[in-house]
Design a binder for this molecule. Structure first.
Ligand SMILES: Nc1ncnc2c1ncn2[C@@H]1O[C@H](COP(=O)(O)OP(=O)(O)OP(=O)(O)O)[C@@H](O)[C@H]1O
Length: 428
């Protein structure tokens, strides 16, 4: 059934200039409840200005903004802002307030009961991996940049606003921390139901977090659409060029297993479930027998009419390192996964390429690992139709699966075909 409610945010023909300099030029968009819109574009293109128009930190020269069908001009700015969580670029925690006091600012203004505020603060800090017993009483200068950004996020979420605006919320972080906070952010239950507008100039970040992206250049909308639309259906040359440098990485993150293996049951992918009664420290893993060296296995195409290159397949087991041998657990046996290459065309359509191993000496001995390697990464890699090719590759080459019903070679070949299908559809 179509949603008959007004959009949560409706911006219509927004304009803003500073002096002679037009910074936002005729920008319109609508956002539904629970959607995440990413404002993306080069430095100075007007992203922050556009974000600040939404909560009236900046007033537009023209155009309108409606929130839940109501013109924002009809509300006092400070009242409006209490209903909209906001994380600014510089985090902006109050230096003389503790973490807990910083988080409590808006709920206090709204007159929430102290006990409710305390409970909420504890819950948010826990969710954001800042154990309250340790962090609630600390001051901002005692925290790392990443921790401060988490507190900034907790503060924006404290009063449970239905709308959250985030300006480069992970801006100050190194790429590794940034990637892991982004993952936490994506998985944060608190944000799932919220309508989010997030500013970034980081293309990967935009693709990871956005339901839709609004790509701006010099204050003008170049394209508004899903990451997939921007990547595979660029509206103009600017859009195409903007993603050119990271095109392959974005394609890997955008296409899913459902796209590359259409209508196929290829998801018999299992990793031993965690033992339900396992308690205590997380198991860490150990390579018990190291005598197996990774070796290259060359896979040759059987059907040369398919015309792809020869693929080289390199097992990756040595990535599992001995860490905490003292932690016990049942032993899991993992066969080298390349043996699956020997399967005669496992569940792959006739039109798909067939591969056969040129060298079969890879039938090495079985490797034994301590339990459940996925916990090394702190996440489970269950492959579904919605899994991106990027994540599936990570699973196949890193914390490998025990029973994926496709090989790396098949995945890459199918990915190539899916790209071709996208291209063909675009040309038609
Ligand atoms: N208060 C202001 N007065 C005058 N010019 C401003 C003001 N705020 C922003 N600008 C100008 O407007 C343009 C857009 O700024 P804005 O901060 O919106 O860009 P941005 O896309 O968020 O950039 P960045 O990614 O670098 O943060 C810039 O050229 C900036 O100098």
């Amino acid at each position: 059934m179509p949603d008959s409610r007004p959009p949560v945010i409706r911006a219509t023909h927004l304009r803003k200039a500073f002096g002679e300099h037009a910074v936002v030029r005729d920008v319109s968009f609508e956002l539904r409840a629970g959607e995440t819109l990413v404002l993306l574009g080069p430095s100075g293109c007007g992203k922050t200005t556009l974000l600040k128009l939404l909560n009236r930190l900046i007033e537009p020269d023209g155009g309108t903004i409606e929130i839940n069908g109501q013109d924002v001009l009809a509300q006092r700015p400070e009242v409006l802002r209490r209903g909209i969580g906001y994380v600014i670029q510089q985090v902006g925690l109050l230096p003389h307030y503790t973490v807990a006091e910083n988080i409590a600012v808006v709920p206090r203004l709204l007159g929430h009961a102290p006990a409710a505020i305390a409970a909420r603060t504890t819950a948010l800090l826990t969710r954001l991996h800042l154990p309250p017993a340790r962090y609630a009483g600390q001051y901002p200068h005692q925290l790392s940049g990443g921790q401060q950004q988490r507190v900034g996020l907790a503060r924006a979420l404290a009063a449970d606003p239905p709308i959250v605006l985030l300006d480069e919320p992970f801006g100050a972080l190194d790429p590794l921390t940034r990637a892991s906070i982004r993952r936490e952010f994506r998985e944060l239950e608190e944000l799932r139901s919220k309508t989010v507008v997030l500013v970034t100039h980081d293309v990967t970040e935009a693709f990871e977090l956005a339901d839709r992206i609004l790509l701006l250049d010099a204050g003008q909308v170049q394209q508004l659409g899903t990451p997939r639309e921007l990547l595979f259906r660029p509206a103009n040359d600017f859009v195409r060029r903007f993603f050119a440098a990271e095109r392959l990485a974005l394609q890997l993150r955008t296409l899913t297993l459902g796209d590359v293996f259409p209508a196929q049951e290829v998801f018999g992918f299992e990793i031993g479930p965690p033992k339900p009664d396992f308690e205590g420290p997380k198991p860490e893993f150990e390579l018990k027998r190291t005598e197996i060296e990774p070796m290259n296995v060359e896979i040759e195409q059987k059907r040369t009419d398919f015309g792809g290159p020869t693929l080289e397949f390199e097992p990756k087991r040595t990535e599992i390192e001995q860490k905490r041998p003292e932690i016990g657990g049942s032993t899991l046996e993992i066969e080298p996964k390349r043996t699956e290459i020997e399967q005669e065309r496992p569940e792959i359509e006739v039109s798909k390429p067939e591969f056969e191993p040129k060298r079969t000496e890879f039938e090495g001995p079985t490797l034994e690992f301590e339990p459940k390697r996925t916990e090394i990464e702190g996440r489970t890699l269950d492959l579904t139709t919605a899994t991106t090719v990027h994540d599936a590759l990570e699973a196949l080459t890193g914390v490998g699966p025990t029973a994926a019903r496709f090989t790396l070679a098949q995945l890459m070949a199918a990915f190539g075909e899916a790209l071709q299908r996208e291209e063909d559809a675009w040309k038609r």
